[in-house]
Design a protein around this ligand. Sequence first.
Ligand code: MSP
Length: 521
Amino acid sequence: MKPFFITTAIDYTNAPPHIGHAYEKILADVLARYQRLRGREVFFLTGVDQHGQKVQQSAEREGIPPQEFADRISGTFLSLWKTLGISYDAWAATTAPLHRESVRAILSDLKERDWLYKATYSGHYSIRQEQFLTDKERGPDGEFGPEWGEVVLLDEENWYFRLSKCSEWLASFLESHPEFVSPGFRHTELSNAATKITGDLCISRPKSRLSWGIEFPFDSNFVTYVWFDALINYISFAGYGSRSEEGAAFRRRWPCDQHVIGKDILIPAHGVYWPCMLHAMGFADEEMPKLLVHGFWSLKGEKVSKSTGNVVDPAALAEIYGPTALRYYLMRDAVMGQDADFSEERLLLRHNTELGNGLGNLVNRTLSMTRRYREGSPNLVPLPADLSAHLEADAVTVKAFIAEMDAAQIHAGIETMVELVNRANALVDSAAPWKLAKDPEQADRLDAVLATLILSARTAATLLQPVAPDAANEILRQIGLPAISLDEETAIGTLPPGYVCGEPKPVFPRLEMQETGAPAA
Ligand code: MSP
């Protein structure tokens, strides 16, 4: 079977990571871990976008080479992904020679097949911001505002990609492949945007104004436009164009099953440029990737933005509250595709109630009672009807979990785990093992109740595993059983002969509000 290929956007290296970057990476990591739990081989690619004007300008301000600047910021991303347990298989850093050569080979091939041409563009150019301006940048009075500084009319030669040649193809492709983008509501928005393609895409920058990019192979006065370079990461780092083993790996991996991106980069980059680029390169309609578009996190209702200081530092949050609480909260409180507002109170609340009082309490009570009443080893007895029904309900919950996670509805997947835990905690209260333990005639019932609770706790830990792997694995270690298998018909199972549970230790210690030092980044 083809490996499950999942990627995220590659992050700009002009500033350190903020909560939005962390959200996207955790989201992809959860989906990757979920696929692995299903028994699927996974190829999870992510990385950093190191070229472009912003990096060049930031490096100039510090008086250091752009590579040094990009490497330093890339380091802050790498260290955060380690802290947060992001389980990527390949790292895309766009200054890597492999990527540069891939971009250059693609440019040469496109030129040979007449997809590229050189032309002169005349337009308004902001000297301060070093960019061409369009009518969108004009203020209500029709003028370019003071933020643009001096604006001059400039003629500039550049290389263009024949995007307009793809417009018909894109429109019909989108119509026949609504699954190209999810959630579904994005499809209309994208189809509308596709009908508005008129011109071609300028894919070069003259070195005289931007040198920090990949040089054109056939025209050394130009470097590649950063988006054209960045999008290619999805294939270059997956082995595209290699004749060696990596080339074979690419053919096995592609197409990408989930490009996880934020809503701001759907149109035009991923929804228009990227499929058209692939189409021009010769990829068939069936070989187009699938986009999974998430919403945006805000802070106190405002856009997260470094320039206004409205940022939360995910590294600080992970250090204070731990990666488990942060991962759980971000996955639990955002509905796929919708925006969400960050709140430290809610982070603590979700952790302390659903994980601490919910799952943590279930595991703690179950293991403590099993050790107290049965020295960790319940006798294996047939289950009475009510307890069999309890485990059957767990199996139904697991199916619901699978359906939600297959649809990338992670918050709803977590909800199924919460339901399962609530049901098990209710069983503890109603079955009251402490009463059963006092009555020798109820010995079999006590064994059956304890076995049922252990199996339910194991299932809950399995469902938590993609979202909070460290906590889930610690629970499974304490329970003394491996995760249940989600690869075929779900079996909740029975306790193996000779089973002895481990010692319970708190996995979700209660969190109190701390001075995070956030906002900061
Ligand atoms: N470098 C480009 C992507 C190139 S992909 C070939 C870029 N970088 S970015 O650093 O600005 O954004 C990286 C990802 O983070 C994007 O998917 C973007 O949507 C996402 N987010 C940026 N801010 C965000 C929030 N406030 N909330 C959620 N996701 C956010 O775009």
